[in-house]
Design a protein. Sequence first.
Length: 352
Amino acid sequence: MASIAVIPGDGIGAEVTAEAVRLLELLRGEGLPLSWRTFDYSAERYLATGVALPPGGREELASFDAIFLGALGDPRVPDMAHAREILLETRFRLDLYVNVRPVRLLHASHTPLKDRTERDIDFVIFRENTEGPYVGAGGFLKPGTPDEVAIQEWLATRKGVERILRHAFEAARRRPRRRLVMVDKHNALRFASEIWHRVFREVAKEYPDVEARHLFADTACLLLVQDPSQFEVIVTDNLFGDLLSDLGAALAGGLGLAPSANLNPQTGKGLFEPVHGSAPGIAGTGRANPMAALLTAAMMLEFLGQGEAAARVERAVRACIAEDLVTPDLGGSLTTRAAGQAVLDRLSKGAA
Ligand code: ATP
């Protein structure tokens, strides 16, 4: 029996997670060995109690086979203190160093690019998830004065860089064209990016069957828009991965369709969350697209050894998209609930 900790979180995170949980309920009803427990860790709870995660909360989350998170973020907590404690700390403590962000165009009409088909946009970004400029190292000198100085450190360790590169190379081996692109900016970031470039060249030698090349981050942005079909696996650091995966999401229909997983392949721990945030602007309106959350649930099912169920969920999502059973972000008129229900209907009718 696979155990899942579900954290709906804030804003549309809670709305789309409700659809993912209905999906899990349907699959469990069919006999899939799944159990889950819901945790109300959120801005609401933080504001009410002053506590983001109770003592022992992180250890408890770590005891589940997988964690599913909607999204965290609330304008009433402007410094995102609760999100930092619940999500960022969990990512760091569980050492979830692989952030997998697949970019797949499910329907040609959803890309803003001209004359592109589903075959042209199908790649995966492996984003390093525990280092880079997001480790929170730095500080202010003379704050609040005209001489104020802000320093933000960029961390890159040999171990951290090597393990994500190896993971991406292994993944590239399983792709049809065995193509990998490593993205950095070592012409400008002479230290943190240089180690990426150096270790990349070393590791690439061990994978002669993988066609590996390097791109600067700015060139990668250009080529992703000009000709996304050349990409199959992209591996990069935390910051560039953050930016490139939003660009990738835009190429493939927007944030409402972008799933992601945070993994530690050594410990077997995984945290699954859609790429999008809590989108307070549309929270409560029923306009949130639940597909990213459902595709994220599919990634989690695959991780939990339920590959067949994962493939069925993906087919059901594709079928709904092909029939325009979608929310307003994709030009449809369905609510979050109705779009989620459309996917469930296709699944239970056996159409998927
Ligand atoms: P942050 O990324 O910092 O959490 P945020 O929560 O405002 O900020 P996102 O949720 O990432 O931002 O999304 C930005 C915008 O994209 C939203 O305001 C919304 O318009 C749109 N968007 C994101 N996710 C969805 C979704 N699932 N369905 C429909 N629109 C979405």
